[in-house]
Design a protein. Structure first.
Length: 182
């Protein structure tokens, strides 16, 4: 008999012991924080994900609970060069080792190379997927090649004219210096 696993309330240990596999093709709108980041651009986009659990035997014969997730999505953002929409491809391929509780995860975090999470019988897989996608977002999204010509001027003509009209603040100091020498 195959056990059904729910991504919203995943018993991580049972999932790993069963060698479980879950996959989904979800609307971006299902991930509230991610949808807010999209600012209403293309709400029809989809998030494809897959999660696999396994128990790995460590040194000393102890079984360790692992979760491997793969996520792909195209995320709508605004190009910081041309200020037009750009679809940013996001890919996450991560493994997490589960430990007994938050205190253990925190204690082992500095010495451990893998990502540690606390064991739970009601683990929210969608929340982990959303967290990983949010961390994968680029700080400065941009096209490889912008669809429009981007003016590369550092300032406009009005800016230069305003600088020409301003008196040089050191001119007054130079005048004082000349007066003191005389």
């Amino acid at each position: 008999m195959t056990k059904e696993f729910s991504p919203q309330r995943l018993d991580v240990k049972a999932f790993a012991q069963a060698g479980g596999r879950l996959a989904g093709h979800d609307s971006l709108l299902k991930y509230e924080r991610l949808a807010q980041e999209a600012k209403g651009l293309h709400p029809d986009l989809m998030v494809d994900w897959e999660a696999m659990g396994e128990v790995r035997t460590a040194l000393g014969g102890m079984g360790q609970v692992w979760l491997h997730i793969k996520v792909t999505a195209s995320f709508p953002m605004e190009c910081q060069r041309c200020m037009t929409p750009v679809g940013v491809p996001l890919e996450v391929d991560r493994e997490f080792r589960f430990v007994a509780d938050e205190a253990t995860a925190e204690a082992l975090d500095d010495e451990s190379e893998e990502d540690l999470l606390a064991m739970s019988r009601e683990f929210d897989l969608h929340e982990l997927i959303e967290d990983e996608l949010l961390m994968a977002l680029p700080v400065v999204p941009k096209h490889d090649e912008c669809p429009t010509v981007v003016p590369l001027a550092s300032s406009d003509d009005d800016f230069e004219e305003a600088n020409d009209e301003k008196p040089n603040p050191f001119a007054a100091l130079a005048a004082l210096r000349k007066d003191n020498k005389g």
